[in-house]
Design a protein around this ligand. Structure first.
Ligand SMILES: N[C@@H](CCC(=O)N[C@@H](CS)C(=O)NCC(=O)O)C(=O)O
Length: 293
């Protein structure tokens, strides 16, 4: 059996879990308390870090990107890196973005400070680092939003390792409740991450985030993926409905009121425009609630 040595909150180990699932490779997981510095584990990976993957034939692999590249070479049926040299380069650029830059500026400041430092006996979390993590995540979310606005997936048209790297970091933050809930519209566009048994990972499935900047006139362009998902076309109207938690829901109005002529019973008394608006908003909210359950 293939064995993955991991820690629950390690984004690097999460990445390998997602890849193994994507490639339909069976594996068992063993939690490795890296701070215990077990000699048997250090023999597998002298760096003393998770993830480590031991293949069924005994091949031992360490370092998330090394493992990812190995799996890509040995199990090419479900390619995750890109079809052309240029696509692979873009994918690798974004993997580095998440595993180096995002990790240093966000994940490390939050997950490492809050959890790993305690386990590794490195003292109290630094409030300065935690503040920096919260500040940095916003501009990273903006950058992800910028990419998703222009592309189907982070690195281009195909789902792949860049999305998985992003998802792995986001799911670690989700786990600690550290992904800001007020930032962009989170949509289910990282469709591939569809394994409901991995709940933090499932949370990330909902979380390809899209953002759009407001102009000084208060206008935004609704990103294409959102328009496609809501099946919005030119001339369609959108209603902004507040749900019971105070969140604003975008409710596309696709059917013209004229098309309803003759379908709805005539009201017993003439309704004001305000009453009609309220009825439409209440209907949209009922629809939204039904979809949530
Ligand atoms: N470059 C490594 C980094 C892995 C890493 O930082 N793992 C952390 C957990 S998120 C770890 O095991 N730390 C233990 C230590 O630093 O002693 C990779 O990509 O696999």
């Amino acid at each position: 059996m293939r064995t993955l040595y991991h820690l629950w909150l390690s984004p690097f180990a999460r990445k390998i879990r997602i890849i193994l699932k994507e490639k339909h490779l069976d594996f068992e997981m063993k939690i490795e308390k890296v701070w215990e510095r077990r000699p048997e584990f250090l023999a597998l990976n002298p760096a003393g870090e998770v993830p480590v993957l031991v293949e069924p034939d005994g091949t031992t692999l360490a370092d998330a990107n090394v493992i990812a590249e190995y799996l890509e070479e040995v199990y090419p049926d479900r390619p995750l890196l890109g079809a052309t040299a240029a696509a692979r380069a873009e994918c690798r650029r974004l993997i580095s973005w998440f595993d180096l830059k995002f990790n240093r500026e966000v994940t490390h400041n939050l997950v490492e400070e809050k959890m790993m430092k305690r386990f590794l006996g490195l003292g109290e979390p630094s409030s300065q680092a935690i503040r920096a993590g919260y500040a940095n995540i916003r501009y990273h979310l903006d950058y992800i939003g910028y990419l998703v606005e222009r592309r189907k997936y982070l690195a281009g048209d195909e789902f792949g390792l860049a999305d998985i790297a992003a998802a792995a970091h986001m799911s670690s933050l989700d786990y600690l409740g550290d992904r800001p809930s007020t930032t962009p519209i989170w949509i289910s566009d990282v469709r591939r991450l569809a394994d409901p048994s991995f709940s933090p990972y499932h949370a990330v499935r909902r979380s390809a985030m899209i953002s759009a900047k407001l102009t000084s006139k208060g206008q935004i362009t609704i990103p294409k993926v959102v328009r496609d998902r809501l099946k919005l076309g030119t001339g369609d109207r959108i209603q902004f409905v507040t749900d019971e938690d105070g969140r604003i829901v975008l409710a596309p109005v696709r059917i013209s009121i004229r098309a309803l002529k003759g379908i709805l019973p005539a009201p017993k008394r003439a309704l004001t425009l305000k009453e009609m608006d309220e009825a439409v908003a209440a209907g949209a909210l009922r629809h939204f609630r039904r979809r949530k359950t």
